[in-house]
Design a protein around this ligand. Structure first.
Ligand SMILES: [Zn+2]
Length: 454
C-alpha cells in the first residue's frame, strides 16, 4: 500500500479511533488466529481455491454473489466459520448438502449436515446479496467496497475483502482464485490474474478472471467502471490495464513505465512471480494505491515511484506473503527501499543520500522514529510513517553493513525461498545472517524492535 496523500493525517486520525481497537479487543475470540485483527480469520481448515461469481448493478449498488470454496480440514469439524461483513446470506451448502448457518458479527457460522473429518477435502457453496459497504480500520482509513460514479471498487487491505467476499480473511491462508463479474454491457469489470473470457449474458457481460497463484484475500481486486481495457505484453508476460477515462492523460507516463519497472525489478529480485500484470487507475475515495495481486490499483494519478513501490510488492507482500500482520515491515520497508534504489539506478539521489538526510531527523521526533518497523504494536500503527521510512532505512543500513551484493542476494533468495508462500521477520534475519556470514542479531534488534532513533 502506498498512502501518498495521507502519511501525516494517519498519525492524527489514529488517536480518534483508538476506542475502536479497545472495543474489538474486549470481545475477541478466545483463540485469535491473528494478533491485530482477532475477529478475522478462522480455525480448523485451509482454503485452496475460491470460485467467485459476482453480479453488480451500478445503479442500485446491489451485489449478488455465489462463492464456491474448496478447502481441507486441518482438524475434525462439526462446525466452522467464514468471514463476511454485512450482506444477506440466502443459502449455504457443504459438499452439495444444505447446511445450517447463522450470522455472528462479521461471520457466517456453518454447521454441515455431517461432520468433516480431519484432512478431508470439502466444498462450501454460499449465495449472498446486498449493498456492500466500506470498512473503517483502527487508523481511520477505509477499505472494502466503494461505489464510484461509474461503478465500484472492491479492495481489502487489511480486512476489507470480507465486505464483498465470504472468505477466510487472514493473510496466512492463501488460495487460487477464479473471479467472474457480470455487469451491464458497456461497463468494464477487472480483477486479478488473466482475463479468461468475456461473454454476453442477455444484456449483460460476464468477465472471467483467473489467478492460479496463491493469493491472500486482502490482495483480491474488483474494479467496475468506464474505460478502455488495454492489453499488452512485457516480454511473454500478458498485461491488462484499465484507466478511468478522466485520468488517462495524466496517468500515461507512469502507467507506461510498468514494463521498464518490471524488467528492473526482475533483474534485481528474480523472475516476476506471476503469470499476468497490469494496472487499474480509478476515481475512488480510497486515497491510496494498493498492490492488488498482479494488478495494483491507483486511486489517483500515480507517479513512477508509486508504480515502482506497488510493483515491488508483487515480490514482497504478494508472492512472499505475511504470516501475520505485525510482520508488515517485510512488505512496506522492502517496497519503499526499492523506490530509493530504483531512483539511485536511474540518475536520482542515491539511497545512501536519502538515508543520510532522514537519519538527521532528531531523536525527539518520536512520530517519525516510532513505533519500530518490526514491532508496530497495534493495528492502528500498521501503516505508520515508520513502517515505510524507518523500514526502508533498515534495509539501507543493512546494505551499508553487508554490501549491495549481499543485500540484493538476500532479497533475491528471500523471494525465491518463500515464493507463493509466507514469511516471518525472524526467518529474514536468519537468512541475512546466513548469506552475509555476519552476526546481525544486534543490528536487527536495534533497527526493527527498539524504540527511538537506532
Ligand atoms: Zn506499500
Amino acid at each position: 500500500m502506498s498512502r501518498v496523500k495521507r502519511l501525516l493525517p494517519a498519525l492524527v486520525v489514529g488517536l480518534v479511533l483508538a476506542y475502536t481497537a479497545i472495543a474489538s479487543a474486549a470481545s475477541a475470540p478466545e483463540h485469535p488466529t491473528e494478533p491485530f485483527f482477532p475477529r478475522s480469520g478462522n480455525r480448523g481448515y485451509d482454503v485452496g481455491h475460491y470460485d467467485v461469481s459476482l453480479g453488480y448493478q451500478p445503479r442500485s449498488g446491489e451485489l449478488t454473489a455465489r462463492d464456491v470454496i474448496e478447502a481441507h480440514a486441518t482438524s475434525g469439524l462439526k462446525r466452522f466459520s467464514l468471514d463476511l461483513d454485512g450482506l444477506k446470506v440466502t443459502s449455504v451448502s457443504v459438499d452439495g448438502e444444505a447446511a445450517g448457518y447463522s450470522r455472528g458479527r462479521g461471520k457466517v457460522k456453518i454447521v454441515p449436515a455431517a461432520p468433516i473429518a480431519k484432512d478431508e477435502a470439502f466444498t462450501v457453496e454460499l449465495r449472498y446479496q446486498g449493498v456492500p459497504r466500506k470498512v473503517t480500520d483502527p487508523d481511520g482509513s477505509t477499505e472494502g467496497w466503494y461505489r464510484t460514479s461509474d461503478g465500484a471498487v472492491g479492495v481489502g487491505e487489511p480486512v476489507g475483502t470480507a465486505a464483498w467476499l465470504a472468505c477466510d480473511n487472514a493473510p496466512r491462508d492463501k488460495a487460487s482464485f477464479d473471479i467472474q463479474i457480470t455487469v451491464p454491457a458497456g461497463v468494464k469489470a477487472v480483477s486479478n490474474g488473466r482475463l479468461v473470457s468475456r461473454q454476453k449474458v442477455d444484456r449483460r457481460v460476464r468477465w472471467s478472471w483467473s489467478e492460479p497463484a496463491p493469493m491472500a484475500t486482502y490482495l483480491a481486486l474488483v474494479d467496475i467502471g468506464d474505460g478502455k481495457l488495454v492489453t499488452g505484453h512485457v516480454g511473454k508476460l500478458p498485461t491488462w490495464t484499465l484507466v478511468d477515462p478522466r485520468l488517462v492523460k495524466a496517468s500515461r507516463a507512469a502507467i507506461d513505465s510498468l514494463p521498464e519497472i518490471i524488467r528492473f525489478e526482475s533483474h534485481i529480485y528474480g523472475p516476476y512471480p506471476f503469470a499476468a500484470a497490469g494496472s487499474v487507475v480509478d476515481v475512488a475515495d480510497l486515497e491510496y494505491a494498493l498492490e492488488t495481486q498482479t494488478r495494483p490499483i491507483y486511486a489517483f494519478v500515480p507517479n513512477r515511484t508509486t508504480v515502482v513501490h506497488e510493483t515491488a510488492h508483487q515480490w514482497f507482500g504478494d508472492s512472499v506473503g505475511l504470516e501475520r500482520w505485525p510482520n508488515i515491515w517485510l512488505n512496506e520497508g522492502f517496497a519503499t527501499w526499492t523506490q530509493w534504489y530504483f531512483a539511485e539506478q536511474h540518475g536520482g539521489r542515491t539511497a545512501q543520500q536519502v538515508f543520510a538526510k532522514l537519519y538527521r531527523r532528531p531523536a525527539s521526533e518520536t512520530g517519525f522514529w516510532d513505533p519500530p518497523s518490526g514491532h508496530p504494536g497495534q493495528a492502528k500503527n500498521l501503516f505508520a510513517v515508520s513502517t515505510y521510512v524507518r523500514g526502508a532505512m533498515t534495509l539501507q543500513a543493512l546494505r551499508d553493513k553487508i554490501g549491495t551484493r549481499d543485500l540484493l542476494l538476500t532479497m533475491r533468495t528471500w523471494a525465491a525461498e518463500h515464493r507463493h508462500a509466507n514469511g516471518d521477520i525472524e526467518e529474514f534475519i536468519a537468512l541475512a545472517g546466513r548469506i552475509s556470514g555476519r552476526p546481525l542479531r544486534g543490528f536487527f534488534h536495534r533497527w526493527l524492535f527498539e524504540r527511538g532513533r537506532p
